[in-house]
Design a protein around this ligand. Structure first.
Ligand code: ADP
Ligand code: MG
Length: 780
């Protein structure tokens, strides 16, 4: 049934050629117990490996059941080893991380035997070798003899035709050796058993044929067999390992080295950790930057004022020119100051206002206007009518009589809230301010009281509104909400004296019921939302730009405005005025429909640049005097933080990339080490008929497990790290919750870890698969 024809196998190392098999010709019977005796190094193991298809022969032919193996492909050899041959080694070669039953089942697993049948056959085989009670142990819980019995059971389980035993008793004591020999002898009654031994006594006692072997040649054969084997139909079932089996094999292997696997996963998760942290941080920082940007932009909007400083003109001042003026001599030189030279009057007209109003609402949703309009306000306090103002400035009671003068002297802050460019979007107040009491303003005549984050309010704002409060006085919301204020029109408010001068009416109570009055209503109390970056409004009364516009439209043609337009001096005080002062005063009286300044609040710095480009377009081709300059205080901050953040991001990304590469290399090395370490196991798997692809699978499965666990471990640690990082950052910068790991990013990271790990481990896995099975088995 098995015949070797002039088989030669030479090993060449350097210049020396070892003739391991030097023309071996021998035939074996279907059932016999052949013992091969020979000195160490004579080529016995090589012979067994060649017979078992673990090692290739150089020349000659191995004929199995009449079929030449010259044209055998790798898969044919795999199938042959799995179906027809059982190996028993001196060093047992059990896979230590698998249980005894699993070891026995492994060969059947490879040939695709069903689970139930596998278990049954494994139990039968183990019973046969007398290990029924030890079935559920691990190999390292057995004695040497018992382990060899397991190896025999493993060889038997797949019911092979040939049993190849390489010094099976070499590591056993005499008593155990005898037991094993008896077992093998019994098996030889139904199979061909070829046993290599260097113990002639045992050989002579149990074997029925003895072959003396030396220097790769058969010296003596006690019972030669010359009958040429007849050609049977020789069919072999292909072997195949499922990925699931590979996964299970790797999993049990990994489980036996929990500590090391954990360390490995931890080490290779460092890359994932660092990327996770970088992502969490950069995402968080981006959010912070966006917030800071809109905060900065809320504080420093693009401002277009009627009076601006032309930065270019200011810096154009050439110091070299002034040098030419002599320091000596007897003359002085009159000089306009640099600051004054740089003062630029922006001619803001309706056309420009329309241009600004056309800014893309996606870039900037809010535009604020400052109008120097004064409001003539009176209120009934305890039945007594008294003048009031919306100002938060400290005022002398004597001065309070002229609200208009008040506004002119204190200047007007941002008491009117920004106009919402895009009406479809949320209202500015609702978005940025929380309603504490009452209602958000609906009509133009609805005004709101803005309080600070701690519900305090500037005492002057309350006093100016006619509330008699001292430092620390508490007022109920309902005392304020619903308060009615009368706004008196100029023609009712100002009286013209016979001299032609105008003075505010002294009898304020008579003004209270004038039909032209606008009744203003404090509709609610609001406070900036914690999340809002746009808390533009100072504490005190805030009103809509529509109200300001309405006052202007009503007062534009009033007597005092007309008179003031015609006069070079102040119509109230007769003071002389230059054109700027006159213009300002006219505005205060409601005589100008144009705002004093425009504040544009872009959403972020990028959008700000686009808005600036848009504003620059207006100036194209215009003369210097007609140009409209803006103030961009936030611009100076942009360049600073922008560049810095870019640099930091690049550094972080570089770090993350380095750790990713490092962890990939590490996985490669670890898989390689694992390959080296499991060389024996590879040999055993191959001896049991595993294809080289199956071996690759085992290691791929291992790196798969490793990749997933290091990915999971990585994101868990990264997530945990965000807590100390956040508290550290909070201590350093007062920024809350900067690092936040995005779940989608976390999932992607696990995937990346798995894929990269598998890539890193695949090369060593392929190396493992290519390993020569015979060499693998010789490894210690
Ligand atoms: P035995 O089992 O009889 O002790 P072996 O079959 O293991 O002998 O080895 C036979 C000879 O072949 C020895 O001289 C050994 O050194 C040599 N040999 C075996 N395998 C290799 C190999 N992979 N490369 C080089 N020489 C080898
Ligand atoms: Mg040997």
């Amino acid at each position: 049934m098995l015949e070797l024809k002039n088989i030669k196998k030479y090993y060449q190392v350097g210049d020396t050629v070892t003739k391991a098999l030097d023309g071996v010709s021998v035939a074996f019977r279907e059932k016999e117990f052949v013992a091969i005796l020979g000195a160490s190094g004579s080529g016995k193991t090589t012979l067994l490996n060649v017979i078992g298809g673990l090692d290739e022969y150089d020349s000659g032919d191995l004929v199995i059941n009449g079929k030449s193996t010259k044209k055998f492909k790798a898969t044919d050899w795999d199938a042959y080893r799995n179906n027809s041959v059982g190996f028993i080694f001196q060093s047992y070669n059990l896979i230590s991380h698998l249980g005894i039953i699993d070891n026995v089942e492994l060969g059947m697993t490879l040939s695709g035997v069903s689970n139930a049948e596998k278990r049954q056959r494994a139990e039968e085989a183990l019973t046969r070798v007398g290990l029924r009670e030890h079935m559920h142990k691990k190999p390292n819980q057995l004695s040497g003899g018992q382990m060899q019995r397991v190896a025999i059971a493993r060889a038997l389980a797949n019911d092979p035709d040939i049993l190849l035993c390489d010094e099976p008793t070499g590591a056993l004591d005499t008593e155990t050796s005898v037991q094993i020999m008896e077992l093998i002898q019994e098996l030889s009654k139904e199979k061909l058993v070829i046993m290599v031994t260097h113990n002639p006594e045992l050989a002579h006692q149990y074997a029925n044929r003895i072959i003396e072997f030396s220097d790769g040649q058969i010296r003596d054969d006690s019972r030669p067999y010359n009958e040429s084997a007849q050609s049977d139909t020789f069919k072999l079932k292909r072997t195949k390992m499922s990925f699931w089996t590979a996964l299970k094999l790797s999993f049990t292997n990994i489980r036996t080295k929990k500590g090391r696997t954990f360390l490995t996963a931890f080490a290779s998760s460092i890359g994932i950790i660092s990327i996770g942290v970088v992502l969490a941080l950069s995402g968080g920082f981006q959010k912070q930057i966006d917030e800071t940007q809109s905060k900065t932009l809320a504080q420093y909007p693009i401002t277009i004022s009627q009076q601006a400083t032309d930065m270019q003109a200011a810096s154009a001042e050439n110091p070299n020119k002034t040098k030419k003026l002599s320091k000596k001599g007897t003359q002085i030189t009159a000089k306009v100051s640099a600051q004054e030279k740089a003062t630029h009057i922006n001619k803001i007209d309706q056309k420009y206002l329309n241009y600004v109003n056309d800014i893309n609402p996606d870039l900037s949703n809010n535009i604020g206007y400052t109008r120097l309009v004064g409001m003539n306000l009176i209120r009934k306090v305890d039945g007594k009518v008294q003048p009031v103002t919306f100002s938060s400035a400290k005022s002398n009671s004597s001065n309070q009589s002229s609200a208009a003068a008040m506004a002119a002297t204190t200047g007007v802050g941002t008491s009117s809230f920004p106009k919402q460019l895009d009406n479809s979007k949320e209202n500015f107040l609702k978005k940025n301010y929380r309603l504490l009491s009452g209602a958000y303003p609906k009509a133009a005549t609805d005004v709101v009281l803005v309080v600070k984050s701690d519900n305090t309010i500037n005492i002057n704002a309350l006093n100016n509104l006619g509330f008699d409060v001292k430092d620390g006085t508490k007022l109920d919301f309902n005392k304020i909400v619903g308060t009615k204020i009368q706004m008196v029109m100029n023609n009712d408010y100002y009286q013209q004296l016979p001299t032609g001068n105008f003075i505010p009416s002294t009898d304020v109570s008579s003004l209270y019921d004038k039909p032209n009055n606008l009744t203003l209503n404090i509709s609610g109390i609001i406070r900036a939302r914690g999340s809002s970056n746009m808390d533009l409004l100072a504490s005190g009364i805030a009103y809509s730009d529509d109200l300001a516009k309405e006052v202007i439209s009503k007062n534009q043609d009033s007597a005092i405005v007309k008179a003031q337009k015609a006069s070079a001096v102040n119509v109230m005080t007769n003071q002389k005025m230059d054109s700027t002062t006159k213009q300002t005063f006219l505005s205060t009286l409601g005589g100008s429909s144009l705002p004093y300044s425009i504040m544009i609040y872009p959403n972020n710095f990028k959008d700000k640049d686009k808005v600036l480009t848009y504003l620059d377009k207006w100036n194209k081709g215009k003369s210097r005097a007609d140009k409209i300059t803006y103030l961009d205080l936030a611009g100076t901050v942009t360049n600073l933080t922008g560049g810095l953040m870019d640099a930091i991001t690049y550094v972080l990304i570089a770090f993350a990339a380095i750790s990713l590469i490092t962890s990939m290399i590490m996985i490669g090395i670890l898989t390689y080490t694992s390959v080296l370490e499991r060389t024996k196991e590879i040999g055993v798997l191959r001896a049991l008929g595993a294809r080289s692809r199956d071996v690759t699978r085992v290691f791929d499965a291992e790196t798969f497990i490793l990749g997933i666990s290091s990915g999971l471990l990585g994101i868990i640690i990264a997530e945990l790290l965000t807590f100390p990082i956040n508290s550290l950052l909070y201590n350093l910068t007062e920024l809350k919750n900067v690092a936040i790991l995005d779940p989608t990013q976390a999932l992607i990271l696990v995937l990346v870890s798995t894929v990269l790990t598998m890539i890193g481990g695949h090369i060593p896995a392929r190396m493992a698969a290519k390993k020569d099975a015979a060499i693998a088995l010789r490894a210690e």
